[in-house]
Ligand binder design. Structure first.
Ligand code: BGC
Length: 734
């Protein structure tokens, strides 16, 4: 009888497990049966990615020697190569096509740092969703975004690609982008597999120099650099890309601790891990592998699945050496199978086995018009602009202004405003800032233009003409900053002042009677001390993509009241870097009157503009701040409320930010940590009561043994419109 019951239970388990575990079990079974049929070459092929199309590519696809291709951007071409995989290769395993869709595919959205300035994850998700739609419609099923690297170093050019310095804001933006790219299910025709990159701590490159080494404690890794990746994994991101840098002596692309112990064992990541561009091959240059064969061994055994740039012409790592390693008994087939399984799982989950081609009917039936896309892109661009200074309400521009001077080459170069990392840009989709201003200027307002200068050069020959244009005008808008090539990959700078002769021009312009507004276009915080002291109004416009011209004009004329807040600190000088709001107190906090305290002889510690900062054309007053708990127990949530009143003359949006500080703990804690925020619209004269719930997990931190803990004691809760001007209250929790 007992036996019958046991057998019955087993039968029930066998029958129902597939239903209980659903699709995932079915997928694993399909992978099992495919693995049984695959030759070694075909297995290795799945671990090899080709960049672009070479003379061997067609043959490699036919013989199953490549599993994915990077860089093809049209549906027709994708179909052409996919057809070979499906119709001419032995096992008909579909290829997956990848691209870097960082801020839009053909419709270019603001750069990620700009989008993070919106503090509007819902809108960022919409932007990512349109990027996915456009990419998928052209056959890109795998996106190498979001870049979720935290960085505290504006010298690093790639800071433009991320969401700034804060792990919480970075996590919120990572989740929004992944949801936008992947949706609930990335097999949907309009969705793509997302990639959280670059794992990990790439943004901590020493001295802000791209690809440089990283040496940080495990604590800092866990507290600052890992959280957005953990959020990505919890959002079921499909893949992770390993970083170029070494971390504490072990290159990230061969780092078992991060790729296996943290990512797979601790976080249970089920997706695919791909290298960055030849980053396993570069183990040789790191001096970590004596040759490409050892590099392949170290990469695979640390947890790398796919070798990017690994086709039979360029690839000299996985494609030749995995086989040799197996023959030499340095690896066994199970480690190859494990990696292949991860790749096949991604392809099955992406629906490629059933639908290897672009579902063109879907895109015909669900057409999103360019107007509809531009509407979102425009809103995203407007919300990304940060008003840094506005003395005497110089902005918005007076509607009755007779003559406006627009100066600077970037005001008319449509390509500069797109920024680095465009994908397949359509330069005709947008208008320049100059055209945007002309479009919105009222009848009777004359818009004069002179290039004056270009950030790329030291040529001053245009100065006199531009200065004379300014002196004829009632107000001048000067476009300054970095041309697009000055930020992005391999674009680190040691000097983050305005490049070229721009400052010299701005100083000359400021000597004239005409009030000057500076609009900055750049991909990183800049040290703009002189302008910030002497120029009455400054707008940070980053690179806003196709809708840049319209968005900037809309803010200048007050059609949109700026609401952006900085996702990163603006230093006063390069000497302050790294500078960030969530610093530690030190044993000798800075004091004006104490020489032996933590400060500089030649500069204040404070930044030029703090994290979370951004002005509006209206003003918000914070009052009735209250912090309550029902029991004062550490395991209960804290209810925080504050009234925010619009006391100015324009309706506007405010980003209400909540920070906490754990005053005394077994591990030193930052003086402030962002834990929540809400963006709200408030009409003139109106008050909104904002409520936050601070949960126990928000008060937790990594204890001495790197396990999350919560310690009773005194906490400070802060609320305000940036990381510096805050109301605060202490609370003791037992
Ligand atoms: C970048 C990656 C990118 C890859 C493929 C590399 O140089 O670091 O972010 O995904 O190229 O384009």
């Amino acid at each position: 009888m007992k036996n019958i019951i046991i057998k019955l239970i087993l039968l029930i388990i066998i029958i129902f497990t597939p239903y209980l575990q659903g699709q995932s079990l079915a997928v694993e079974q399909k992978i099992d049966s495919l693995l049984l049929k695959m030759t070694l070459d075909e297995k290795i092929g799945q671990l090899v990615q080709s960049v672009g199309i070479k003379e061997n590519t067609i043959e490699d696809i036919r013989s199953g020697k490549i599993g994915s291709i990077l860089g093809i951007k049209s549906a027709d071409e994708v179909s052409k190569f996919q057809k070979i995989a499906i119709e001419e290769s032995r096992l008909k395993i579909p290829l997956i096509f990848a691209n870097d869709v960082i801020h839009g595919f053909s419709t270019t959205f603001p750069i990620p740092l700009a989008e993070a300035s919106s503090w509007n994850p819902e809108l960022v998700k919409k932007s990512a969703s349109i990027a996915a739609y456009e990419a998928a419609s052209e056959g890109t099923k795998w996106n190498y975004a979001p870049m979720v690297d935290i960085s505290r170093d504006p010298r690093w050019g790639r800071i433009m690609e991320g969401s700034g310095e804060d792990p919480y804001l970075g996590s919120v933006m990572a989740i929004a982008r992944i949801e936008g790219f992947q949706g609930d299910d990335f097999s949907h025709p309009s969705k793509v597999v997302a990639t959280a990159k670059h794992f990990v701590a790439y943004g901590a490159a020493e001295a802000g120099r791209d690809y440089n080494s990283v040496d940080i404690s495990e604590r800092r890794l866990r507290e600052i650099y890992l959280p957005p990746f953990l959020s990505a994994v919890n959002s079921e991101v499909g893949s992770i890309m390993s970083a170029f840098n070494d971390i504490n002596g072990i290159p990230a692309s061969a780092n078992k601790f991060i790729l296996t112990e943290i990512l797979r064992d601790e976080w249970k990541f089920k997706g695919t891990v791909i290298t960055d561009y030849n980053s396993v091959g570069e183990l040789v240059y790191h001096g970590f592998a004596k040759d490409k064969k050892e590099a392949a061994l170290k990469g695979l055994t640390a947890g790398i699945d796919i070798d990017m740039v690994g086709d039979t012409i360029d690839g000299d790592v996985y494609s030749p050496h995995l086989k040799e390693l197996l023959e030499d008994n340095l690896i066994d087939i199970s480690s190859i199978d494990k990696a292949v399984r991860n790749v096949l799982r991604m392809k099955f989950n992406a629906g490629l086995f059933e639908k290897p081609y672009v579902d063109s009917t879907y895109f015909v039936e669900n057409n999103i018009s360019q107007d509809a896309k531009n509407k979102i892109a425009l809103q995203m661009a407007k919300e990304s602009i940060v008003l840094l200074k506005n003395d005497n309400n110089l902005l918005p521009l007076n509607k009755k202004t007779k003559k406006i001077a627009v100066i600077g080459s970037m005001a008319e170069n449509e390509y500069d405003q797109l920024g680095a990392w465009t994908c397949k840009p359509n330069y005709k989709n947008g208008i320049s800032a100059l055209e945007g201003i002309r479009e919105l200027a009222k009848e009777g307002t004359e818009v004069l233009f002179a290039r004056g200068f270009d950030p790329r050069s030291n040529d001053k020959s245009g100065f006199e003409e531009a200065l004379s244009v300014i002196s004829q005008a009632n107000v001048a808008v000067v476009f300054a900053g970095e041309n697009w090539e000055l930020s992005g990959e391999a674009a680190s700078r040691t000097d983050i002042n305005l490049p070229g002769v721009q400052l010299e021009f701005i100083k000359r312009a400021q000597e004239l009677e005409t009030p000057i507004i500076v609009v900055l276009m750049n991909g990183r915080p800049l040290t703009i001390n002189w302008s910030s002291q002497n120029i009455p109004a400054i707008l940070e416009a980053w690179y806003l993509g196709d809708m840049s011209g319209k968005a900037i004009a809309s803010v200048l004329f007050g059609e949109y009241n700026p609401s952006g807040k900085l996702p990163i600190t603006f230093p006063r000088s390069v000497g302050q870097i790294p500078i960030y709001y969530n610093a530690k107190s030190t044993g000798r906090p800075a004091r004006e009157d104490v020489k032996w305290s933590s400060k500089y002889l030649d500069s204040p510690n404070t930044p030029l503009y703090p994290f979370g900062f951004g002005l509006s054309y209206t003003q918000f007053k914070y009052s009735n701040f209250s912090v309550n708990t029902s029991s004062n127990s550490i395991s209960d949530s804290i209810i925080v409320t504050v009234d925010v009143t619009n006391i100015g003359k324009y309706a506007g949006e405010e980003v209400v930010q909540l920070y906490i500080q754990d005053l005394f703990a077994s591990v030193t804690r930052p003086i402030k940590e962002l834990k929540s925020f809400k963006k709200i619209k408030i009409d003139v004269g109106k008050t909104e009561t904002i409520k936050f719930i601070v949960t126990p997990s928000m008060l937790s931190f990594y204890g001495i043994d790197m396990k999350k803990i919560i310690e009773p004691g005194e906490f400070k809760i802060f609320v305000g419109g940036n990381s510096t001007d805050l109301l605060s209250e202490s609370i003791i929790l037992n």
